[in-house]
Design a protein around this ligand. Sequence first.
Ligand code: SAM
Length: 228
Amino acid sequence: MNAHTITPIARVRSPYTQKFGIPRQPQLVPAAWTDIVLEADFPPECVRGLQHFGCIWVQFLFHEAVAEGWSPTVRPPRLGGKTKMGVFATRSPHRPNHLGLSLLTLERIGSENGRVVLHCGGADLLDGTPVFDIKPYLPFVEARAGAAAGFAPAAPPCLPVIWTPQAEPPPEPVRALIEQSLAQDPRPAYHRNPDRLYAARIAGWEIRFYVRNRSVLVESAKLMPAIQ
Ligand code: SAM
């Protein structure tokens, strides 16, 4: 089988600097601002007309999963982490070429230091994710209402997020981002220990939380010093 070399055309800039805490699909955390910063080789004319589309497909590499390899079957979190499904029947990062595909809301197109920046909302992408392609979403052919949705018919249920008295919520819009991210219950499906204190790092804040009786209890929120 011939191997092909492809080169990233852009990078993701997102508030998620670690995988733990990232929503499992786009739009589940509308507050998750995400920029797609095009490489310098791709001038503004490459996106001429894209501003007339409301959503874009982003094809990318699960770059922090490559070293973890892939497996013919995986255990989707929404099935409790116990049931095995074929990797091509899931959206798992652990797939043969580690390619991902996210449908993002295109909010506006800007530029920074001569580079095109696509400002998007609600992504499920790690900061620094390499992007291989961007395409406009075409509802007339891609919005398939009524298509069978297998074991993923709807968004997973959200958990209420409660700030304990000792936790000082961060200012907006970070507070909404954190609440919406934790409401997705980011814990691995295979271990959900009510006494375990979890730590997630989102938008530069370190959040420590428990999950008890189907509620997220935030124990602390601390702005971490910027990594030099
Ligand atoms: N919407 C995409 C798709 O369907 O291909 C991604 C779905 S996948 C289940 C989303 C998860 O991938 C996130 O919750 C995060 O844990 C992980 N992820 C996101 N960006 C990643 C990256 N660059 N490398 C490795 N894992 C990543």
